[in-house]
Structure formats: C-alpha cells, structure tokens
Design a binder for this molecule. Structure first.
Ligand SMILES: *Cc1c(COP(=O)(O)O)cnc(C)c1O
Length: 364
C-alpha cells in the first residue's frame, strides 16, 4: 500500500491504561484496580442518565437526528444562545479535529502552550500543519502574543486550554479577553473548556462568559464536553459553541450522524441533573486537599489545579508510575510530555487514601 507521506510523521495518543490490562499483567482483581489516569468522574454519572439510557434502548437500531435538535436545544438553554451556535461532536475531541482540519494546513500553523492537550498536536500533524509551542509549559499569554505577532499570516489556529490538561493551571478570563482583542478575524481561537465546570466552581474569575464571547468575536469557538464533570466519557458527546457563521463554516467537515441516538439522549438527561454536577464538583475539590496535604508532607511541588486532577512534580516519575501500577493504581506519567510529574485524577475518598498511602510507601 502507498500511504500518504503525512502518516510517517504522525504521533499517537497514549490513552489511559484500561483496568483489564492491569488485571492481566499484574494479576490484580478488577475490583482492586484504581484507575485515575483519564480524568473520569469517580461518581459515575447521574441516575437520570441511566434512566434515559434504559428508556431509550430501542433507539439502538435507529439513526440519530442529524440536526441534534433536542440536544442543541438543551445546550442552547444552558448557555443562553441558539441552536445555530452549536456543532456536536463525538466528544469535544472530534470538534478539535474539525477545527484544525477546517483551518490549518502546510501554510497555516497551530499555536499552543508548551505543554497542553496531546490531541492538538496529533490533529495538527494529521492536517499536514506545523505546531508551534510557547517556551513556557503553562499558558503565558505574553509569549502567545509575541509568537503570534511575528507570524500572524501563518498561524491558522490558536488553542487555549482553560484550564489546561495535563498541568491543571487556568488563566483568568479577563486576560483571555484582552488577548482575543489582539487576534485577527482570520485566525481561529479555540477555547477548550473541557474542565470549565471545575474551574468556574473553584474561582469565578476563571469562568468564560460564552454567550458574550461568541457575540463579540466571530473567530472564537468554545468547546465543552460531557466526558468530565458529567461523567459520560464512554458515550462520547462534546460540543462547540460559536457564531452561526463559524459553525456553518467548520460543520462542512463534520461526519454525518456522528453522535449516537442514545448518547444524545443521555447528554440531555445529564444537563437536567444539576445536583449531581454540584456534588461531583464539591467532592473533587474537597478530595484534592488530601493530595495537597500529601505534597506538603513530602515536599513535592504541585501546580495549583482548577480541574479534576492534580499534577505532582516528582523525580523519576516513570519509575513511580510503574511501581503504582504494580499495586493496581493507574495514573498518568508526564515524562512523555517532557516533565517529570504524575497527573492523578481525583477519585473517591477511599481511592484517594489508597493512592496516597501507596505514594508514601514508595517515596515517603
Ligand atoms: C478530555 C478532554 C477533551 C475531550 O474529551 P472528549 O471525551 O473527547 O469530549 C478535550 N480537551 C481536553 C483538554 C480534555 O482533557
């Protein structure tokens, strides 16, 4: 087979290790494996979602409504915008892909912070475009500005991950707003809000006023997902919100019928359960304190987190990650990002205390 040259230079996403793998390789019972590597909701999902899935099981054999009328309606109510302001994706991951492929190419690069969500780079390379990273790993808007000013015409897409995965930091919205004013209408700015529910809960200065942003800036898209705070990672539902003009433009390459009928119903049900959402957010930050205390005790540096994970800087993080894996604990080693650190998703109280004991046992 003769493959496209682009394929030779691709990178691949290393997805969190599945529980089954740890069961197979280390002989640990599935119930004893703790998976805190993919930032899933440790509480699962709302009971309303489970009800909706059961009630709509017959839709398994029916194609979805490609306009996603009901889901866009529910989201439009939540954000105070219109259905025409939405694109629905198989996770917001697919919307990232669509944004990159709609705008980036060999002459129009993608700009991101030094360390950010790995999929930005993967889709950029798939599009045959160049990826530019700021020198600082976390978001430094002065560096974004400087790099952008130098080569405005050659930058097609800018990603701001708010808050940033895998480091956890988050810019204040006031800074972001000022930056948006410096960007040309021809450059697409993606505000990735995968963890916005967490950030807004912790600090309202981090909250993105989506409606007013997309009304003011025709070149800005906000991305949201049901995979994190809403606990629907297995159902793969995400969305983008932008001016109707931008949505029309990028939607030309959205795969048809992309999100399944049952997933769409489940997402609508998830939006209706604000109590579950609040409980998830509040458990997250009360449990995060346990890791902050651990870091203090062991003298480890942490990055203050506005997400559902905590990044601990630890020497020889790969070795520690492997030793934890042998004890049935799956976390994310950031060595492949060029940083000696572990990213640990915040679990339930009992999961976290087991992880903390295990880390103390390894390096305490
Ligand atoms: C998890 C995540 C997403 C998207 O997840 P989906 O499951 O595809 O919706 C997007 N951006 C960031 C930064 C993430 O961490």
């Amino acid at each position: 087979m003769i493959y496209n040259d682009i394929l030779d230079g691709l990178k691949f996403y290393e997805a969190g290790k599945p529980i089954e793998l740890v069961v197979r390789e280390y002989g640990i019972k599935a119930d004893d494996v703790i998976k805190l590597a993919s930032n899933e909701n440790p509480l699962g999902c709302s009971p309303l979602v489970k009800e909706a899935i059961a009630k709509n099981a017959h839709l398994a054999s029916i194609y979805p409504d490609d306009s996603y009328y009901e889901l866009k309606g529910a989201l439009a109510d939540k954000f105070g915008v219109k259905r025409e302001n939405f694109i629905i994706g198989v996770g917001s991951d697919q919307v990232i892909d669509v944004c990159v492929k709609a705008v980036a190419n060999e002459n129009r690069a993608v700009l991101q912070s030094g360390i950010s969500f790995a999929m930005y780079e993967i889709y950029t390379l798939q599009a045959g475009a160049k990826l530019i990273k700021t020198p600082t790993p976390t978001h430094n808007l002065a560096e974004f500005k400087e790099l952008y000013e130098k080569q405005k015409d050659n930058i097609g897409v800018i990603f701001l991950c708010l808050p940033n995965n895998p480091l956890g930091e988050c810019l204040d919205f006031s800074e972001v707003y000022e930056f948006l004013g410096c960007v040309s209408e021809d450059t697409l700015v993606v505000l990735d809000g995968a963890y916005q529910e967490y950030a807004s809960f912790k600090d309202s200065a981090k909250s993105i006023p989506v409606k007013s942003v997309i009304e003011k800036f025709n070149n800005v898209i906000y991305l949201g997902t049901f995979s994190k705070a809403y606990g629907l990672a297995g159902l793969r539902v995400g969305y983008g919100i932008a001016s109707s003009e931008l949505i029309k433009g990028i939607s030309r390459i959205r795969p048809v019928l992309n999100v399944g009928s049952i997933s769409a119903k489940a997402a609508v049900a998830a939006l209706a359960d604000e109590k579950f959402l609040r409980e998830s957010l509040s458990l997250n930050f009360s449990q995060m304190l346990e890791y902050e205390t651990l870091a203090k005790e062991l003298g480890l540096e942490i990055i203050p987190s506005y997400t559902n994970f905590i990044t601990l800087k630890i020497k020889d993080s790969s070795k520690l990650a492997l030793n934890l894996l042998r004890k049935g604990i799956i976390v994310r080693d950031l060595a492949s990002y060029g940083m000696d650190a572990l990213r640990i998703s915040i679990g339930t109280a009992s999961q976290n205390s087991r992880v903390i004991e295990a880390i103390k046992g390894e390096i305490g």
